[in-house]
Design a protein around this ligand. Sequence first.
Ligand SMILES: [Zn+2]
Length: 299
Amino acid sequence: MRSRAESNESGDARGARKAFAAAAVQPRGAVGPEPDAADLALINQQFALAELAPEDVYVRRMVLANDALDRSYERFTPAVLERFARTLPGKPVLVAHEKRELPIGLVYRAQVRPARPGEAGDVSLEAALYMVKSPENAAVRQQIDGGVVRYVSIGFRYDTRICSVCGQDYADCPHLPGEEIDGATGRRGDGGTEGRGEGETVYYTYGGDMSRYEACECSLVYLGCQQMTQLVKGSGVGGQRSEMAMASGSILTGGNDMENEKALARVKELEGEVRRLSEALKAADRETGGRGDGGMGRA
Ligand SMILES: [Zn+2]
């Protein structure tokens, strides 16, 4: 999932940058579901091949990411979020990151802005999507309007993730996301009495070469990795809505792809360890002539 070089940037991405420049002029825009005149003009100018009338277009706003620690113990920096905002316009809106299906909408505007009351982190990445109304997407629009389909998640390319404890790249560091380690020794907590330092939770910060960061898509999902990333009304995600999102988040931690990736790596590592020890036991068994007891219980 490493990023491809910036020099390979497609015409689409260049168009997206242009769209963002245009979008940045008027940061408020339509809240939805009807586009305002400026948003409709932007959509028609930058994306639609045939002129769309206001009644053809459905728009919504969403908070896609922020700089708070997310459910998989990862954090975006404001610089990464800025990079996403630049590369988002023109990118597809998918369902559950399913790239084999055609998109249901398109992002036409994005910006990084200060977090509003009730939002996670200090800054939020806000994006606007549009859909061309059709009988086929009427049900999805209805569910979005009704607040049932509400969570969103960003798909992206990146450079590196840096461990909060050892400073190494995610792939090279011995820690696991969310793992509690001894702050003084840097060792893994094993439930024993070893180590007297303060407990510390391992997390990863996205970093490295910013030009390698690109937002590829955003999806309607059952629940995003990032805290409180959802379709929003004009005032952001404040009030009761955010409390609800927060509550569901605390119940539904774990089980996402980002966590599974590292857990699987750990399983592979342990499988390798088991293989290595089995080989060592067999070798030891051969050396002692073998007693046919299956090599168990050796010290
Ligand atoms: Zn580490």
